[in-house]
Design a protein around this ligand. Structure first.
Ligand SMILES: Nc1ncnc2c1ncn2[C@@H]1O[C@H](COP(=O)(O)OP(=O)(O)OP(=O)(O)O)[C@@H](O)[C@H]1O
Ligand code: SF4
Ligand SMILES: [Mg+2]
Length: 398
């Protein structure tokens, strides 16, 4: 179905067709978000910068508590006003979201920038019919009259694969299964043809078959409408084949960022490697223990000195505990990582900058990334001439 996009008007923000000429749709610069609590200040997002192009998919990955949701909400401007300290800028389609009034933000949410939340049961209003929840958005942003909005709601439900949408449009959220509720959330998020959709763990809690269906649906609709998507997940496997670029977060910071193909084939950060190793695989022998990342994520009130991953890193050295590695570029400008002794072909570099003959991990060495991961990245995402990494040249010296 073809959807209308919100038009500017008196007192309405005008959105240029940003991102069309190659400039990014979303530019986040040095974003910090902290919460004042009784125990101290929680530094949940600590200096994050990223960009998203028109129609692009960015995956944001990290363990529970790494700051993914706070980052997503900070970008959207969806944080409580009290006890939150924010800094940095977010530019979206030619507008600075961080400088907008609540009234201006309300014009952007839903119409240009929308969010699919982790738990549809809490995001949907339990006492309103699902059709009504869709038509409210259509009437507010697109000025549709009641009958046009009703008809569009039915079409939207059909487009997200809800069977008998003419009947189900009158149902309440509790009458639908978890997968159906998530489809309704997608219908609401896409109702006004936004330029960017933020999907925060859109399939957590759903079984794997429904998970794949929902993610495939989102990709299909994204291609149809040329929307950008930020897919937030704790599961690297989910974004392996779905994201153009992947950002890996640890303790509120970006620790590695690269196009998906590069990230899986030329992983530099031991934490990224540990996340990959923790994904269960069909090829693993039965009865094999799952690979867990030893230790726990750090306290964000008193993060460890130096590299925040150092208490858990199998390759930690004295330098890692003393100073924090900056985010720097690898061989290509679009591959960033924060590690003093990055992995090259799975082997950490020595203090001299050369690749060590033998890694000396404190805990068992990570498993090699199986071919299936490399194969999982479609060839159209593979950078041209992506030759094997030159271990000496692939990493720039700090
Ligand atoms: N309102 C708040 N007040 C205080 N601390 C908060 C608040 N919201 C989030 N935090 C803290 O910020 C950190 C990041 O939380 P966030 O919800 O972004 O993690 P996440 O990566 O999304 O985790 P998950 O995968 O479990 O959803 C956590 O330590 C969390 O406890
Ligand atoms: S800087 Fe050191 S502790 Fe941190 S990830 Fe790299 S090797 Fe591990
Ligand atoms: Mg979260």
């Amino acid at each position: 179905m073809r959807l209308r996009r919100s038009k500017g008007g008196r007192g309405k923000l005008e959105f240029a067709d940003a991102g069309v000429n190659g400039e990014p749709l979303l530019v986040v610069e040095d974003l910090h978000t902290s919460f004042r609590t009784g125990r101290g200040t929680v530094h949940a997002v600590d200096g994050v910068s990223l960009t998203v192009g028109r129609g692009q998919t960015l995956g944001i990955v990290g363990e529970s508590g790494s700051g993914k949701t706070v980052l997503a909400r900070s970008i959207m401007g969806l944080l409580p006003a009290q006890d939150v300290i924010k800094s940095g800028t977010v530019h979206f389609a030619g507008h600075e979201l961080t400088a907008m009034t609540p009234e201006e933000l309300r014009q952007v949410w839903g119409a240009e920038l929308s969010m699919i939340f982790q738990d549809p049961m809490t995001a949907l209003n339990p006492v309103k019919r699902i059709g009504r929840q869709i038509t409210e958005t259509l009437r507010l942003h697109l000025n549709m009259d009641r009958s046009e909005a009703d008809a569009t709601a039915v079409e939207l439900l059909r487009s997200v694969g809800i069977p008998s949408p003419e009947v189900r449009v009158r149902w309440y959220p509790f009458q639908l299964s978890g997968g159906m509720r998530q489809r309704v959330m997608i219908a609401i998020a896409l109702a006004c043809a936004p330029r960017l959709v933020m999907a925060d763990e859109p399939t957590t809690g759903l079984d794997v078959t429904v998970q794949a269906q929902i993610l495939d649906l989102l990709r299909e609709l994204q291609r149809e409408r040329h929307m950008a998507v930020i897919l937030v997940t704790h599961d690297l496997g989910v974004v392996a084949t779905r994201a153009d670029d992947i950002v890996v977060m640890y303790a509120g910071r970006i620790v590695e960022q690269a196009p998906a193909h590069t990230l899986f084939n030329d992983t530099h950060m031991p934490y990224t490697r540990a996340l990959m190793d923790s994904i269960p695989r069909l090829a693993d022998p039965s009865g094999m223990r799952l690979h867990a990342i030893a230790g726990r994520p750090p306290d964000l009130i008193h993060p460890p000195k130096g590299c925040r991953f150092s208490p858990r890193c199998p390759y930690v050295r004295d330098k890692c505990r003393e100073s924090e590695p900056p985010l720097r570029t690898a061989g290509s400008r679009d591959h960033l990582f924060a590690c003093w002794f990055p992995l090259v072909n799975g082997v950490p570099t020595a203090p001299s900058g050369r690749v060590e003959a033998r890694p000396a991990p404190v805990s068992p060495a990570p498993r090699p990334v199986p071919d299936s991961f490399a194969d999982a990245v479609p060839p159209d995402r593979a950078p041209p001439g992506d030759a094997a990494v030159n271990p000496e040249a692939g990493v720039q010296s700090p």
